[in-house]
Design a protein around this ligand. Sequence first.
Ligand code: NAD
Ligand code: UDP
Ligand code: UDP
Length: 343
Amino acid sequence: ANGEQHTITRPPPTPSPLRFSKFFQPNLRILVTGGAGFIGSHLVDKLMENEKNEVIVVDNYFTGSKDNLKKWIGHPRFELIRHDVTEKLLVEVDQIYHLACPASPIFYKYNPVKTIKTNVIGTLNMLGLAKRVGARILLTSTSEVYGDPLEHPQKEEYWGNVNPIGVRSCYDEGKRVAETLMFDYHRQHGIEIRIARIFNTYGPRMNIDDGRVVSNFIAQAIRGEPLTVQSPGTQTRSFCYVSDMVDGLIRLMEGEHTGPINIGNPGEFTMMELAEAVKELIDPAVPVKIVENTPDDPRQRKPNITKAKELLGWEPKITLREGLPLMEDDFRQRLGVSKKHIN
Ligand code: NAD
Ligand code: UDP
Ligand code: UDP
């Protein structure tokens, strides 16, 4: 009787002959959280190239900007929503690329409580959304989950060496919980998940004053300022060009493997070597200045990308020496400083 009481009588839906025909391929509706940011906006550009994709971006513009998406605003397959992922979101989508989260240490440390809410509550909400609509969801996790790694290069099986109470913890522990939530929703609710562990990525459209090392050095060299190498300068990172990153993320989303899978460029450089490469490219006359470092700075970082190669058929194509000039062009344009002609 209870069942009868709650029965709502509606006329049955009229099936659209077009929608149910086997020849009709509906558009794929893709949500990109954090799509106004650096990697997100490049991902949107790539997704929009496919005419079968409709892209919805949600972003709170904390570190991102509408400017990064200006060429798509008004496009019939594109929608931009000002929204904070720590709040509930109701949209109907087939895939979710969940990137929303500040990535630069100065920004994620600026309001650490907000960073951890974004990572934990934001990811929970996107998983709740994925569960409700049956969407596949990809999380952009980070090499920071390995902390100050005791294993080198880092492979996905390594559990990491992370300080749970340090100033970086809002970000690295936040992403670790986000990964846990992804796997718990997968195991408990059968959600289709993908986890990318992104290693340092650079390229055009990075915030000029983002505080990350590649953007700092390029902006400093163009402005003729000293390059600030944080001590000791022997710490290493491995830098991936953004188009390679986007290609890896799409392959992971489209493939059959949950991950986590490292996506990064295994070319490893000390910060001193990076400074020298930027000097050589932009202005050999700028000095290098050793400045104080921040706590818990990982001493070394380099991805083992065997999984990405074997499972996704992916590997980066653009070396640091090829990528830096592309970034220089973009930074010169935005800073309004053209290249000096050296005779
Ligand atoms: P970014 O700061 O340029 O982009 C992040 C975007 O998320 C911004 O547009 C920002 O406004 C938005 N955002 C932040 N908090 C939000 C919130 N609560 N609600 C809605 N939007 C919010 O950074 P990015 O370099 O493009 O990084 C994108 C993703 O990749 C992040 O998840 C980051 O953790 C991850 N990642 C990046 C790197 C890297 O080297 N760039 C390395 C590892 C992981
Ligand atoms: N959620 C959302 N959009 C949806 C569905 C859920 O933002 O379309 C949020 C919801 O607010 C909740 C979270 O996702 O806080 C987790 O949802 P779930 O259904 O898994 O858990 P519950 O609502 O039962 O706590
Ligand atoms: N770094 C530096 N000079 C700068 C900014 C950063 O030497 O102006 C160093 C920093 O100490 C770290 C590395 O560059 O060892 C990468 O820092 P970044 O903030 O770009 O990214 P992280 O990998 O730490 O998230």
